[in-house]
Design a protein around this ligand. Structure first.
Ligand SMILES: *Cc1c(COP(=O)(O)O)cnc(C)c1O
Length: 436
């Protein structure tokens, strides 16, 4: 039996039925931005990975610097518990994250780090921290969250509860997801000031109405990812910052997808000059090598929770601060240190914008948009995921469309020629399946 046949007999895949009807490819080998695949018939395909394995593999596969960091740590120790023990890789990672986190002269710094095992878990921790902060501040009734439509914050229960209430998974788990407060999706980038003012009034009303029961506002800054690859006016983030401050509500920014340069700033909040009270990072944190995420918060939030009734932040995963993951994260952040990612992201962004432009003329295409090293083709209809993925493999590109979106977020090491071929493959696959 082939690996794919064995897979079909025993594994689940993300958001998939047990006996998958969607096509599967086996990865035999990966390096740089190239994946070597085998399809169900045994045929081999060499494809350029336009997905960076879901935002994560920013420095490419088998990156020599990350490989070396993992091997070095493997020869020292792979894991130890984080209760009562510490180690250099975790300490260095916390220092590095604090050093690069967004800051402003008039705001408290994000200076305390909680290491979590995945993005969803870091969101859970952020939400818990916000509730514990409010309780410690004398507001035990502030246990709900304000979010915006179109958001995605992860698949665990509390995280699902702040995802989009209609397109997210609320209808599948009625009664189990907290009743949170949702504002309308902010106006798109480039929207006229009147539209932004209208949205501002709407969110201000909502926040005022619920202020005494809200612990925090949680949003993805500037670019909403899995909720629709939607780019909104950065000014809306400043509006949320202001609303949070006026009501004593914390601002949680979920930079799990947007962090580490993807949108053209190291963190997307920097497009708006906004500093959060709590920030979550994940995905590209380890350059896509190992599962690791982090929650950062201000010293004031950390101190208030630590001196509150519980006397501690109530969370502690078994694999907290995994040394292998921390070491690779340190190596990945080390690569970003010299700032070369900025021109890489700009090169990829202009390559995607130029290459995807042709799709604008297709009847099936609603819009083409880019931000940083992200390129999106939005269709008027649901994408035929199986057909577009297969067509893209035929054109030498790995894609994973969802809903009505075909999108790319290549690794920062992608050359201009590789980006050109990725964009060409995307446009060709859309034309082949949905018509030019
Ligand atoms: C992917 C993602 C998460 C969840 O991270 P996992 O590591 O998959 O749990 C949360 N928020 C955003 C914005 C994400 O893109």
């Amino acid at each position: 039996m082939s690996v794919i046949q064995r897979d079909r007999a025993s594994l689940w895949h993300p958001y998939a039925p047990a006996s998958g009807s969607l096509p599967l490819w086996e990865v035999e080998d990966a390096d740089g931005v190239t994946l070597r695949l085998r399809d169900e018939t045994g045929r081999r395909h060499e494809v350029l990975d336009a997905m960076s394995s879901w935002w994560a593999v920013i420095h490419g596969y088998r990156n020599p610097v990350l490989d070396a960091a993992a091997k070095r740590q493997l020869d020292t120790f792979s894991h130890v518990m984080f209760g009562g023990l510490t180690h250099e890789p975790a300490v260095e990672l916390a220092e590095r994250l604090v050093a690069v986190a967004p800051s402003a002269a008039d705001r408290p710094r994000l200076e305390r780090v909680f290491l979590a095992d995945s993005g969803s878990v870091s969101v859970e921790v952020a939400l818990k921290l916000a509730v514990q902060f409010q309780t410690a501040s004398g507001f035990p009734r502030r246990q709900r969250f304000l979010s915006i439509r179109g958001g995605y914050h992860g698949d665990t229960f509390a995280a699902m509860g702040v995802c989009d209430p209609v397109d997210g998974m609320h209808s599948a788990f009625p009664g189990l997801l907290a009743a949170n407060v949702f504002a309308a999706r902010p106006p798109a980038v480039g929207a006229p000031p009147g539209e932004i003012a209208e949205w501002q009034a709407h969110v201000e009303d909502l926040a005022a109405e619920h202020a005494n029961e809200l612990a925090a506002i949680i949003v993805e800054p500037v670019l909403q990812g899995a909720g629709g690859m939607f780019i909104y006016a950065a000014e809306c983030l400043r509006i949320l910052r202001d609303i949070a401050d006026r009501h004593g509500i914390l601002l949680i920014l979920d930079e799990i997808a947007t962090g580490f340069g993807r949108t053209g700033e190291l963190f997307a909040a920097q497009h708006a000059g906004v500093v959060a009270d709590i920030m979550c990072v994940g995905k590209a944190l380890t350059g896509g090598y190992l599962t690791l995420a982090a929650m950062l918060c201000t010293g004031d939030v950390a101190a208030r929770v630590s001196s509150g009734g519980a006397g501690a932040l109530l969370h502690g995963p078994t694999f907290m601060g995994n040394p292998l993951a921390c070491s690779v994260a340190n190596a990945s952040l080390g690569i970003l240190d010299d700032g070369a990612w900025r021109s890489d992201v700009a090169r990829i962004g202009s390559g995607l914008a130029a290459g995807l432009e042709a799709a604008n003329a297709f009847d099936a295409v609603k819009e083409v948009r880019t931000i940083g090293a992200v390129g999106v083709i939005e269709l008027n209809t649901e994408v035929d995921v199986a057909a577009v993925t297969s067509a893209a493999v035929g054109h030498g590109v790995w894609l994973r469309p969802f809903r009505n979106l075909v999108y790319a977020m290549p690794a920062y090491i992608s050359s201009a020629e590789e980006v050109r071929r990725m964009a060409e493959g995307m446009v060709a696959a859309v034309a082949e399946v949905h018509g030019p």
